[in-house]
Design a protein around this ligand. Structure first.
Ligand code: ZN
Length: 321
């Protein structure tokens, strides 16, 4: 794992490279951007460069005691905090503070990586703020999150922001090539919308199949099929893409422009039934719902609401199933 291998994130790379070359390492960084675009990969690569005893540019030497401990996952000065039960808790933050207060065991620096930093509950965030206000000696904190807006502004403002963006299609395809080939590769690259990590974790066609099943069952009143926030988010993303494709067909009839290329037939039927204005309005309402997701909306009410929305604009997607 090396920061030099980070693909398609020129802005993030420039910020980190400048810090490393100038020797001006901030006490805290906020790696933010959508899931599956390389934040954690970059955080581990950056941490390794901070701990390696003789890095060469953006590549760690791979041979010093620090590199060997990192490869074994046992470096005592790399502290990794991740949510348990969907939350980063105050006692975990306090334990991190205590560990950071001790001198580094191996080199001159300690590095703490906080995954899903937005899951800190208010007590944890308060405790963490103290660490940011008075950072212990030679330590660097790296916060990773796809939902930076949910972190308190007092925390965000004390971190050097490092933005990550969805990748271009050619970069996404390059990363997916090791797992997928042929027409499936192109379809998946389009479906994951520049977030290859999502397609490497799970084939996006499975999530889409689930979403299509949910859409198919929307005619009847019933319980929401989403187990958690993540699934609901995925569902709304997929529905947005289907609506986007229906609009493309309505406006251009060009199947080559579709994201869901393999659903051209059913999407054409959908486009034929609905009006241009209806597709746009429905898309806007679904986008508005996504923005509201930070609030804990009741999933069953949402399920019925989306069903009625699709009926209102004659956009029932059951034909895609
Ligand atoms: Zn090294």
């Amino acid at each position: 794992m090396s920061l030099a291998e980070l693909i398609g994130q020129p802005v993030a790379l420039r910020i980190l490279e400048a810090a490393l070359q100038g020797g001006k390492i901030s006490s805290a960084y906020l790696f933010y951007g959508p899931p599956g675009v390389g934040k954690r990969f970059a955080a581990m690569g950056f941490a390794q460069l901070l701990l390696c005893q003789s890095p060469r540019g953006l590549r760690p030497c791979g041979d010093c005691p620090a590199c060997r401990l990192l490869q074994a996952g046992t470096h005592p000065d790399l502290l990794v905090l991740e949510p348990s039960g969907g939350m980063l808790r105050v006692d975990e933050v306090r334990a991190l503070q205590e560990a950071l207060a001790l001198k580094p065991l191996q080199g001159r620096r300690k590095v703490a990586l906080l995954k899903e930093a937005h899951t800190m509950n208010p007590q944890a965030a308060n405790a963490f703020l103290k660490t940011l206000e008075e950072p212990p000696g030679e330590s660097t904190l790296i916060l990773c999150t796809p939902r930076a807006a949910e972190l308190p502004a007092t925390i965000r403002s004390r971190c050097t922001p490092v933005p990550f963006r969805p990748l271009r299609e050619q970069h996404t395809m390059a990363l997916l090539e090791e797992r997928y080939q042929g027409p499936e590769l192109r379809l998946l690259a389009r479906l994951c919308m520049g977030r290859p990590g999502l397609a490497l974790r799970e084939n996006p066609l499975l999530a889409r199949q689930k979403a299509l099943q949910a859409l198919g069952s929307m005619g009847q009143p019933g319980k929401a099929p989403w187990a958690d926030h993540q699934e609901l988010q995925e569902f709304l993303d997929i529905l947005g893409l289907l609506l986007r494709d229906a609009l493309v067909l309505k406006l251009t009839s060009e199947q080559a422009l579709l994201i869901n290329q393999d659903l051209a037939g059913p999407l054409a039927k959908m486009a034929k039934r609905a009006t241009e204005k209806g597709i746009i309005e429905c898309y806007q309402r679904i986008s508005a719902l996504k923005a509201e997701l930070v609030f804990n909306l009741n999933r069953n009410i949402l399920f019925n609401y989306i069903g009625s929305l699709l009926r209102e604009f004659e956009l029932e997607v059951s034909a895609c199933n």
